[in-house]
Design a binder for this molecule. Structure first.
Ligand code: ADP
Length: 709
């Protein structure tokens, strides 16, 4: 009990020392260094953040400055003047998309009524309406009415044709003449005078090609279609198809500045006709060039679509903005963000005062967004990146990178800036790569410090555990030794006292009875035997400890040795009230062993059986052969041993900690010797025991004797 308490105290002391002297200071130092590290990181981070703000603002400003320059370059008055000149010189130039190698987009020009001047596409047919007004009351109108009466009411086409011929001869203008010619052709066609009709359409197409009829259709187109129709009727199919194919090319190339519905109408008519009729083998070549042409993008169509977009989306907004801007205030340039076919588009525009015929015009620039993204901004930010060391990304309203069109997560410390001067639908994400690096290093350092701290703590715990174990073992051995000295002194003192007492009695009292004398001699003999057993044990143990124990192996009869030892011990046992059972096999072979050592093994086992049996006093000694071994077994029905103690009872000085054992005399050396002797004979010892039921100690010795060497 005492030993146990001492052990706990020793462990507690170590834990307290460990906590106060090692763990606590280490944890404090660890905590302080981690805190110092993170506050340093915080400070550097703040510094980097403010730097990031300054640099990002500067970058955005310089970008906007560049965009201003590009805009100024595009909206230059000279550019529009050049376009007007070009328009007058050549009706069919549409390619003015690139302003310079840096600036890409389309220019457009509006007159003072916000009508599109450029791109050059068909206007609403104003001339025809005014022409109709002019002819109301004159001679031409009267005759025309008559002709139309014959044609539409009477269905008399030859009469109508003659009257139309008269109309042609008195026609006051080209418009009137063309109109009458078209009507004449129609009458010839209806009266199946194909040759005459063909001639009329040839004239119409050669002289009045660009003029338009009431429906806004150029006579050039109408005449070509009718001619090809006549060719078909006259079985001149190839000539007819050629006429249509040439007409198709001319329309695609914008030969006639017709509007989008007219364009769509004629193109789809001609295409469906050519698709159906060019399949034959004889038209293979024409079919090939037709298919190639169909695949190409029509510049004129693009201009039409662009004009259409301007009319629907841009011009109303420009008009509203400029009408509301105060008069007299010079407008440098304005910007407008709108959508065209679901894509965002940016338009810059400006007022061009006294531009053409002394009238105010409006010039505009439709930015090529693709070029802006992939060339202008990308290059710009590349340069800024190089100078500032910042990282740039441009993302759209859905946070997709506008170049890769993928979602790229902006790093935590990035700054998001919007354009202020330009209504661009994008945002600029600016990141300081140093802060990403800092973050990474910080995380790595934190992890490293954490692991280091954990390793140190684990090592400290391990060290403390090992020290505690050593100290508690040491203190256990020390207290076992103390206990041993106490036990041995007691063991020596008791027999010595008895020997002295009975010796003195024999010496002093002369008239002692015979029985009294015999009892005194017996006690003296018994106690000196116990004393010598005790001293033998201690001596043997010290020899073993110093590795000086020597055995005297001889060929001998084990049964005889066991029997003799048992006989000499029988007296002690019976005196204490023990009944002894013995089963000693008679067929045991002669064996090589140390007779004295084996006798001491049996004495120690018998002595323990006697000491630790309280209620049932039965001892059984067996000696038998078992698989090439001889087993010497001592069994009792005593107090037994708990499983946790069984592994320890062979340790030197160890005695089980309970009341009965502590009240019994002993040194804790007996079983240590038994084990040592058994092993010296090449054998071993086995214990089967159960508390309160008893114990069986078996010493197993090989018949072949101890191994040599
Ligand atoms: P000692 O007998 O001098 O105490 P031993 O080394 O012979 O020392 O035995 C060690 C311990 O083993 C004893 O103190 C006792 O607690 C236990 N022990 C030994 N033999 C028996 C037994 N037959 N029955 C119960 N306990 C025993």
């Amino acid at each position: 009990m005492k030993i146990f308490t001492q052990e706990i105290l020793a462990r507690k002391k170590i834990v307290i020392i460990f906590l106060l002297a090692i763990l606590l200071p280490s944890l404090i130092v660890g905590y302080l260094s981690l805190r110092a590290f993170s506050s340093r990181r915080e400070a550097v981070k703040k510094l980097l953040e403010s730097n990031l703000w300054i640099s990002a603002e500067a970058a955005l400003k310089s970008t906007e400055k560049t965009l201003f320059e590009r805009e100024k370059e595009a909206l230059d008055r000279e550019n529009f003047a050049r376009l007007i000149l070009q328009k007058e010189a050549d009706q069919t130039i549409f390619n003015y998309s690139f302003i310079s190698k840096n600036t890409a987009g389309k220019l457009f020009l509006l007159d003072n009524n916000y009508q599109i001047v450029i791109p050059k596409t068909g206007r609403e047919n104003i001339q025809i309406l005014s022409w109709e007004k002019n002819i109301k009351d004159n001679e031409f109108a009267k005759i025309l009415k008559r002709a139309e009466f014959f044609e539409f009411s009477e269905g008399n086409y030859s009469q109508a044709g003659e009257v139309y011929l008269k109309c042609i001869s008195i026609a006051p203008s080209k418009q009137h003449k063309a109109f009458a010619l078209e009507s004449l052709g129609r009458c010839y066609l209806s009266s199946k005078k194909y040759d005459k009709a063909y001639k009329v359409y040839s004239e119409l197409s050669s002289k009045y090609e660009q003029l338009q009829n009431k429906a806004g259709h150029p006579y050039g187109i109408v005449a070509a279609i009718q001619s090809s129709e006549i060719d078909k009727l006259q079985k001149r199919e190839e000539i007819g198809l050629n006429i249509l194919f040439n007409l198709y090319k001319k329309i695609l190339n914008g030969f006639w500045l017709i509007n989008l519905p007219t364009y769509d109408f004629f193109i789809s008519e001609i295409e469906s006709y050519l698709d159906n009729n060019l399949q034959q083998e004889k038209f293979l070549k024409m079919h090939e060039s037709y298919t190639a042409l169909r695949k190409q993008k029509s510049h004129y169509l693009q201009e039409l679509v662009f004009s259409d977009f301007l009319k629907r989306e841009a011009i109303p907004k420009i008009k509203e903005k400029l009408t509301h801007s105060r008069e007299g205030v010079e407008v440098q340039s304005e910007r407008l963000l709108t959508t065209h076919r679901e894509d965002f588009c940016l338009i810059s525009y400006t007022i061009l005062p006294n531009f053409y015929s002394n009238k105010t015009f409006y010039g505009g620039f439709y930015w090529d967004m693709n070029h802006l993204k992939k060339e202008t901004l990308t290059k710009l930010f590349e340069d800024i990146s190089k100078d500032s060391g910042l990282q740039f990304q441009i993302v759209d309203e859905r946070s997709l990178n506008i170049l890769s069109e993928k979602e790229e997560l902006a790093p935590e410390d990035s700054l998001i800036l919007s354009y202020r001067q330009f209504p661009l639908p994008w945002k600029v994400v600016v990141t300081q790569p140093a802060s990403i690096g800092l973050e990474r290093t910080a995380r790595r350092e934190n992890f490293f410090y954490g692991v280091l701290l954990a390793v140190i703590v684990v090592l400290m715990f391990l060290g403390a555990f090992l020290i505690a174990r050593d100290i508690s073992r040491e203190s256990e051995t020390t207290s076992l030794k103390t206990q041993f000295i106490h036990n041995v002194s007691h063991e020596l003192k008791t027999p010595l006292t008895l020997i002295r007492l009975y010796g003195e009695t024999l010496q002093r009292k002369e008239n002692l009875k015979k029985e009294e004398k015999e009892e005194a001699y017996e006690i003296i003999t018994k106690e000196s035997e116990r004393l010598s057993h005790m001293i033998n044990n201690v001596l043997d143990f010290s020899r073993i400890e110093m590795s000086r124990k020597e055995f005297n192996f001889k060929n001998n009869d084990l049964a005889k040795v066991a029997q003799n030892t048992l006989d000499s011990y029988r007296y002690h046992l019976e005196k204490k009230g023990f009944s002894i059972q013995k089963e000693i096999a008679s067929d045991l072979p002669e064996m090589n062993f140390d007779g004295e050592a084996i006798a001491s093994v049996l004495v120690n086992l018998l002595s323990n059986a006697m000491k630790f049996s309280h209620k049932i006093k039965e001892v059984t000694v067996k000696l038998f052969k078992d698989n090439g071994n001889v087993v010497l077994q001592v069994a009792d029905k005593g107090i037994g041993i708990s499983p946790k103690d069984i592994s320890r009872i062979f340790q030197r000085f160890y005695r089980v900690k309970n009341k009965i054992v502590s009240e019994t005399r002993g040194s804790g050396l007996g079983l240590t010797l038994v084990k040592h002797i058994s092993e010296a004979h090449g054998g071993w010892i086995k214990v089967e025991s159960e508390p309160e039921k008893g114990s069986i100690f078996s010493v197993i010795l090989p018949i072949s004797g101890p191994k040599k060497g």
